[in-house]
Design a binder for this molecule. Structure first.
Ligand code: NAP
Length: 197
């Protein structure tokens, strides 16, 4: 049985992935700041501590990480830093400490977003973090030992989120459809690849 964790596993996309992994026979733990299994991916010490206690894992999936909406000219220092310290550096640190717990042939799936390739106005902070993850994963793939693999998934706006935001949801995939892309990544042999839904 595969042992997997989903950081952000109670969120819109994360909870769909947890459900799908369980249906595919994985033993899955959902990791958040506030649930039964806790970690703050914005705090390197919290990540280090978490992975020193968790044991070995087949799969590490991250569907957590924030960045700021807004025009660059209006973003505060704190908002600019959010994309860097949360979505980008948070996931870099997950790899940094998580790789020590990852089994041979284990897989890490990070989450970016389609705005890396098709940005909207006022998304520069998000697009920066998403695009940064691509370069990071492509390079890290070259130094992973023993068949370990890393991928970045770029979800589009999902139906559930569009609905909450009062936006047109007719062109969006559901979170469970997006979850299938993560699962496909686990089953294939891609490494350093960027996956689109
Ligand atoms: N939803 C979309 O349409 C969409 C589209 C493209 C990309 N994305 C990206 O996909 C990711 C997930 O989006 P989502 O909409 O599913 O998010 P969400 O519904 O807001 O859920 C976020 C999840 O992450 C956890 N979390 C937040 N901050 C954390 C931290 N510092 N450390 C550990 N866990 C943390 C939350 O739990 P706690 O608050 O309890 O910690 C929750 O489980 C994000 O990076 C987002 O940018 C989403």
């Amino acid at each position: 049985m595969k042992i997997s964790i989903v950081i952000g596993g109670t969120g819109t996309i994360g909870s769909a992935i947890v459900k799908l992994l369980k249906a595919n026979g994985h033993q899955v733990r959902s990791i958040t700041r506030s649930g039964e299994h806790q970690m703050d991916m914005e705090n390197p010490e919290s990540i280090r501590q978490f992975f020193s206690e968790i044991g070995t894992l087949d799969t590490i999936i991250c569907t957590a990480g924030n960045a700021s909406f807004g025009p660059l000219s209006k973003l505060t220092d704190e908002q600019i830093n959010l994309g860097l310290t949360s979505k980008l550096l948070g996931q870099v640190n997950l790899c940094r400490f998580g790789l020590k717990a990852l089994k041979p042939n284990g897989t890490i799936n990070l989450t970016g977003g389609i705005l890396a390739h098709h940005p909207w106005p006022e998304t520069s902070n998000i697009a920066m973090a998403n695009a940064g993850l691509e370069g990071f994963a492509k390079a890290l793939a070259l130094e992973l030992p023993e068949g370990q693999r890393i991928m970045v998934i770029h979800p589009p706006l999902v139906k559930e989120t569009a609905k909450v935001m009062g936006m047109d949801e007719s062109q969006s995939p559901s979170a469970i459809e997006v979850a299938h892309t993560y699962l496909k990544g686990l089953k294939g042999n891609k490494n350093g690849d960027i996956l689109f839904v």
